[in-house]
Design a protein around this ligand. Sequence first.
Ligand code: ATP
Length: 309
Amino acid sequence: MTAIVSIKDVEKIYDSGFKALDGVNLDIAEGEILALLGPNGAGKTTLISTICGIVQPTGGSITVGGYDVVRDYRATRSMIGLVPQEIALEPFEKVISAVSFSRGLFGLAPNPAHIEKVLRDLSLWDKKDAKIMELSGGMKRRVLIGKALSHEPRVLFLDEPTAGVDVELRKDMWAVVEQLKAEGVTIILTTHYIEEAEAIADRIGVINKGQILLVQDKADLMHQMGRKLMRIELQNFVQTVPDALAGYGLQLADEGRSLTYAYDTSKERTGITKLLNDLQAAGLILRDIQTEQSSLEDIFVDLVKEPSA
Ligand SMILES: Nc1ncnc2c1ncn2[C@@H]1O[C@H](COP(=O)(O)OP(=O)(O)OP(=O)(O)O)[C@@H](O)[C@H]1O
């Protein structure tokens, strides 16, 4: 993997003494969409801010395109577009001026053709002369993306791009992200919405209390989610799993009143039919059967839950 962003042992202790990042290591591949999931206060914004050079890490190092974000700040910042969580726009400004002005901030010459492309891609071209105050919330968010894309960045950070946005607009936003990816932009987004990570990410990272708990290909996670658990309630109690059923990896539950069987729904053969026959042959009578599917949500909740005291 060619990493465009490389984060090594990054730590951030704020002046208050609070440790918001605690030894973060993460490589982000050129052209991927990485979703960072985490509960409130997990450190997502702090992590993005350190990569963008807005917050100084108190330990470790970060490179973007091979340049150090602290030492070579101007070089790295010019490669990055940042769409912040909060909408901070000048209400009386016109859409096209807001987006063009952002490009100027990076010391780049005007490029009306690029600005037009950005506005067209974001379906904002017909609103180019509208004042920001005349736009809907969803359009304002798209203006923020337009500003972040005005200087042709290679890496785009989207901090909670669809917080408080309705389902339809959320899907529009996902389509915009997909299109940017097709153009080769690397995208890192933070989100509270698990379905958002499921819908658009190539990889999913989970962060909690300043630590990365998991970074995995979405496809692998989905595979993990394809695992189901079957709980077989029995009429008769059993003390141990009968030898004849040893090959199934069954677990005793409910003090011998149930057996659980884990299987992979993505496999052609789940083994369920044979197991049910073998249960009968072993003299076990079934009272009920339930199945449970693990989801990304379960995985996420399991990862971030507080250990019980
Ligand atoms: N400037 C600051 N000084 C002190 N503590 C801060 C500062 N900025 C953030 N924090 C703390 O660092 C922790 C991580 O905050 P951060 O905004 O990075 O989390 P987050 O994962 O983005 O949360 P959310 O999902 O709520 O936006 C929080 O406990 C927050 O209170």
